[in-house]
Design a protein around this ligand. Sequence first.
Ligand code: FAD
Length: 396
Amino acid sequence: MSFSFPADRSIPAGGGVAVLPRPCACSPLALTFLPPVPVLSDSGLRCAPLPGVLPSKASFSLHSILVHHYLWGAWYPKGGSGEIVFRTIPIIQKAGGNVLGRAPVQSILLDSQGKACGVSVKKGQDVVNIFAPIIISDAGIFNTYERLLPPEARALPGKKIQSRLRMATHGEGGFSVFVGLRGSSQELGLEATNYYIYSDNDLDQMYVLSSRDEAAANIPLLFVTSPSAKDPTWEMRYPGKSTLSIITMAKYEWFEEWKDKPVHKRGDAYEDVKKTFVDAIMQTIFKLYPHIEDKVEYVSGGTPLTNQHYIASPRGEFYGMDHDMARTQIEAIATARPQTAVPNLYLTGQDVALCGFAGALQGAFLCTSAILKRNIYLDAMQLWNRVQGSNGKKKI
Ligand SMILES: Cc1cc2nc3c(=O)[nH]c(=O)nc-3n(C[C@H](O)[C@H](O)[C@H](O)COP(=O)(O)OP(=O)(O)OC[C@H]3O[C@@H](n4cnc5c(N)ncnc54)[C@H](O)[C@@H]3O)c2cc1C
């Protein structure tokens, strides 16, 4: 069984003001308490884990927010997701900031009063201390609290850090496959859409509870999309070539034994396990697109360890903290705030609101509002009205 969401729309890269049509359907989570109702008790109907959460742990309300977010289609940045970074850096620099690449933060620095006052950053072999009046962490709740905050701050009584951590669990790990194809999207019939392919409805039983050796034969869900088909600039930049991205869930434990090995040097046994997943996924892809089988030029698989290496997700999560029922409990929502128990330290991104680009943006909205002590959703609405007004369109 498969279904697809409506065709994607492109966000202009560069020209124009990129304002979401409204603060987006994810924003009600920031404002409303969602009663934690399970998705469905009938395993025959439990599927579509949009926020990367198993159906048995999913909240119907949270699921509905994400479905609602997709109802009018999704968005894709013209020029690819790299454009988001490329267009954001000059704005940061214009405001007097700077952006360092390949510069992992080693720890958050605290002053003698226990207030956050900077970060120590590794640059090559050196460690450099950078001081600032406010520290905002987008590294996620686990990285920030368990790795970056000095142990003495983590353990301080009354700091509420441990109780906050106890309310959070790691999201499921993710497995990705990136495919390069000979032929344009038009020639290969690739559409600007997202497919969710289910081979079975019971994701919990047949897959996640499987052993590693059985798992590849039981992959129940694939999210399949063609970034090249979504990007109107692609054909100009890479004529006659196309891409597919495929993702699914995968347990961190299935790959954990190689966690201390360096990337690209994890050995044949790791590569063999990875290949069983890639091969199984590609068999399903060839059923969806039978005509591309002899057009594949490149296939690359990524395990939860790949996510751990490239996006620093502690247990290979795609979407940060688990979006399970516990996350929609009233206490968890009330404490999932950008403000932390450490003065001058704030959290932003998906662990403050919801996963996904739009969810992470909500985290940034909430964080900015907390720091500026102003509701910047109102600023965004005013900006939207100004842009609409100058285009002669309807205001909200
Ligand atoms: C393969 C894949 C496909 C996805 N597809 C989509 C999609 O199509 N649409 C969508 O909306 N969402 C998608 N998502 C989810 C989306 O990418 C995330 O929800 C979103 O990026 C979260 O944003 P964030 O800023 O909170 O965290 P991240 O984007 O994860 O950013 C956190 C950053 O912190 C950095 N970091 C961590 N620790 C340190 C440290 N010690 N020092 C320095 N830096 C550190 C990490 O390297 C990372 O760059 C996808 C995710 C994956 C993995």
